[in-house]
Design a protein around this ligand. Structure first.
Ligand SMILES: [Zn+2]
Length: 393
């Protein structure tokens, strides 16, 4: 029994996590290399490796060259035996998921919380994650943490949702509440920021230095990667551009101003306009079908979104000298009508103003799981610091 208790705590002990971090950073190491790199004694390394191997977290691989004695055996992490939980928190879209260290989503569940109050919603998240771990027979000690992507202004260090109009939250200590309930470390980030990180690590923005993710559909916000690092600003409001008037002569926004991007890309606003005009409910797929089929309402909504997004891309992209812009959500599916339109608009501005720059505008690589990948990646990169790319694919 005591052995079981010890082993369940092993992965999170200081020595074991140091060994794992070293293996993560260096890839393959022999036991003697680990001794050198960690400064631990050979006996400690041998003991920790043997326990990590018993748990299946570390594997022996190829043999190295002999330097006189026995040939060393290289060790590596089994990236499919350590896990990260991930949570997406938006008013109409709450999802929990479990990923491995390759960033593969092993399980995913859409939640139907009874209310959006922090206690109820976070309680529902914890319950469904526990059920997910149990149904996949995953030991809690092999889960390195939980990443949460939430709509709103988030304090990533304190793990607090400072303000979320979308969830109706103010000063909610998400990391503490969820962390205490699950007994796991929790990292929090704004949803657009999480999406920008997912594109940086695994998607459109790999190999780029400066990129931007425009989050649409559930509102409008931007995640910015500057010098391969998330730009957060002094008060974590970088990218909160949904209600900064930009479009001349525009629609009245729910915030009371005219000219915001949100009414053009917030899908619920489009659904409401459609309902007012026809009395019918519009789904995502239904909307895409209508637009492609030439329906006047849908085509006009796409044109309006294209004009608004083109302005947004050009203004923010040129300010930040961005290389890749990802348009997330349903609008990124309109390759010709929106993505290419924004690209042409941007290119024309660069040409007219003789700015020696360029941009590539794309739809998202991940559909609706960008938030989950980004939030999970934050946990991995935090756990394995200083490795800068969290997923081993
Ligand atoms: Zn507004």
């Amino acid at each position: 029994m005591s052995r079981h208790i010890n082993s369940t705590r092993l992965v999170r002990t200081y020595n074991a996590s140091t060994v794992l971090r070293t293996l993560y950073e260096h890839g393959h190491c022999s036991r003697s290399q680990l001794t050198e790199l960690t400064g631990m004694s050979p006996a400690t390394i041998t003991r920790i490796i043997s326990e990590l191997m018993q748990q299946g977290v570390v594997l022996e691989g190829s043999h190295g060259k002999s330097t006189g004695g026995r040939r060393p055996i290289y060790l590596h992490i089994d990236h499919t035996k350590l896990y990260v939980a991930s949570v997406k928190l938006l008013r109409d879209d709450c999802i929990v998921a479990l990923l491995d260290l390759k960033g593969q989503i092993l399980a995913k569940e859409q939640l139907q919380p009874e209310s959006l109050s922090p206690e109820v919603l976070l309680g529902t998240v914890a319950t469904s994650l526990r059920t997910m771990f149990a149904s996949l027979a995953i030991k809690q000690e092999h889960i390195i943490g939980v990443g949460v992507a939430a709509s709103g202004i988030c304090h990533p260090v304190d793990g607090i949702v400072i303000r979320s109009l979308n969830l109706g939250w103010k000063d909610v200590p998400v990391s503490d509440m969820l962390g205490e309930d699950l007994g796991l470390p929790v990292m929090l980030e704004n949803d657009a920021n999480a999406c920008a990180l997912a594109e940086l690590w695994l998607g459109n923005a790999r190999e780029t230095t400066n990129s931007m993710y425009i989050k649409t559909e559930s509102g409008a916000g931007v995640g910015i990667i500057s010098n391969q690092t998330l730009l957060t600003g002094s008060r974590f409001v970088t990218g909160e551009i949904g209600h900064v008037p930009l479009i001349p002569g525009a629609k009245l926004c729910r915030c009371g101003q005219r000219g915001c991007l949100e009414p053009y890309v917030y899908f619920k606003a489009v659904q409401e306009r459609y309902h007012d005009a026809t009395g019918q409910h519009l789904t995502h797929s239904g909307f895409i079908e209508l637009a492609r089929g030439g329906n006047e309402f849908a085509r006009y909504a796409v044109q309006e979104a294209a004009s608004a997004l083109a302005l947004a891309c050009a203004h923010w992209g040129i300010i930040l000298d961005i290389e890749v812009i990802t348009i997330g959500g349903v609008w990124g599916n309109f390759k010709h009508e929106i993505v290419e339109y924004c690209q042409e608009y941007y290119d024309a501005i660069l040409e007219q103003s003789v700015i020696p720059s360029s941009v590539t505008i794309l739809g998202s690589s991940f559909d609706d799981v960008a938030d989950l990948l980004g939030a999970a990646g934050l946990v991995v990169s935090h756990w394995f610091t200083p490795a800068s790319v969290p997923f081993e694919r």
